[in-house]
Design a protein around this ligand. Structure first.
Ligand SMILES: Nc1ncnc2c1ncn2[C@@H]1O[C@H](COP(=O)(O)OP(=O)(O)OP(=O)(O)O)[C@@H](O)[C@H]1O
Ligand SMILES: [Mg+2]
Length: 249
C-alpha cells in the first residue's frame, strides 16, 4: 500500500505551494487514475513517489515504510517514452535488468518472454524509430514491467496516440493488469480513459493540492467498452468533464 501523509511540497523555483498537507492512500493491487488540469501537479506527485523530489514536510510510505528507506519499489513510465534511440528494442528492455545485475543469459530470456507478452517478438533487434507510436508505448511499458516493481507509475502513457490505437492499448493494459495485478497509478487527461481503466478516479481540484476527490468506478472485471454506456458511467463522465472545466471556452 502507498500512503501520502500530510505531504507539503513546493518547487524551489516557484513562489507558490504545489501541495499542502496532502494525504491519500492507494491499496495494493488497485488501479487508480489521477486526473486534473494541465499543470496542476499530477507528474509532481509521481516525482515525489519515485524520489526525484522530496516533500518539505509530511511523509510517503510504501508497505508501512518511509519511501526514503526503500529502493526500486516503484517503476516510473514518464510522459515521453524515453526509449534510448541508440539501443535496439531488446537492449532497451534489458536496461532495468542490467542495472539490477541480472546475468546475461537470464536477461535475454526475460526480455524475450516480455517481448512476446507485449506482442513485439519480431522487433527485438529493431530500433525505436522503426516502431509505430503504439509499439513504442508497449515497449516502454514492457521495460517498466521488467523493473519487477509492484507499483507502476504511468504518466499519460497513451496521450500521444491516435484514438483507435489508444482504445486498443487501453484494452491491452487492462488485460495485463487483470493478469498480474500490480498496483497502478495512472495519470491521464482523458476522463473516459480514467473511468474505463480504474477502480477509483482521483481528481485534483485545488491549488495547492490539499486533497484528491475520490470517485469509485463500480464496473466489474473483465471490462468491456460497452460498460462505458451505462447511464451511471455516462453521468459520471459528464460530471467530471464539467467539473474539470471542459466543454466551455
Ligand atoms: N522541475 C520543476 N521545477 C520547477 N517547477 C516545476 C518543475 N516541474 C514542474 N514544475 C511546475 O509545477 C507545476 C506542476 O507541474 P506538473 O508537471 O506536476 O503538472 P501536471 O499536472 O503533470 O501537468 P500536465 O498535465 O501538463 O503534464 C507546473 O506549474 C510546473 O511549471
Ligand atoms: Mg504531467
Amino acid at each position: 500500500m502507498l500512503e501520502f501523509q500530510n505531504v507539503t511540497f513546493q518547487y524551489a523555483e516557484d513562489d507558490y505551494q504545489m501541495m499542502k498537507d496532502l494525504s491519500f492512500q492507494v491499496e495494493e493491487g488497485a488501479f487508480v487514475s489521477i486526473i486534473g488540469a494541465s499543470g496542476c501537479g499530477k507528474s509532481t506527485i509521481f516525482r515525489l513517489i519515485n524520489g526525484l523530489e522530496q516533500p518539505q514536510s509530511g511523509q510517503i510510505f510504501y508497505d508501512g515504510k518511509p519511501i526514503s528507506s526503500l529502493s526500486h519499489f516503484s517503476a516510473y513510465m514518464p510522459q515521453k517514452d524515453l526509449l534510448f534511440p541508440w539501443r535496439t528494442v531488446g537492449q532497451n528492455l534489458a536496461l532495468p535488468l542490467e542495472i539490477g545485475r541480472v546475468p546475461k543469459a537470464e536477461q535475454q530470456q526475460k526480455v524475450r518472454a516480455m517481448l512476446k507478452e507485449v506482442g513485439l517478438s519480431d522487433y527485438e533487434n529493431r530500433y525505436p524509430k522503426e516502431l509505430s507510436g503504439g509499439m513504442r508505448q508497449r515497449a516502454a511499458f514492457a521495460r517498466t514491467l521488467l523493473t519487477g516493481s509492484r507499483l507502476l507509475l504511468l504518466d499519460e502513457p497513451f496521450s500521444a496516440l491516435d484514438s483507435l490505437t489508444k482504445i486498443a492499448l487501453q484494452q491491452w493494459l487492462l488485460q495485463e493488469w487483470e493478469k498480474y495485478r500490480q498496483t497502478v497509478l495512472f495519470v491521464t487527461h482523458d476522463v473516459e480513459e480514467a473511468i474505463f481503466l480504474s477502480d477509483r478516479v482521483l481528481v485534483v481540484y485545488d491549488r495547492p493540492i490539499t486533497h484528491l476527490e475520490a470517485y469509485p468506478i463500480p464496473l466489474p472485471h473483465p471490462r468491456n467498452r460497452e460498460d462505458l454506456k451505462r447511464p451511471d458511467m455516462q453521468e459520471l463522465k459528464e460530471k467530471l468533464i464539467k467539473e474539470l472545466g471542459g466543454g466551455s471556452l
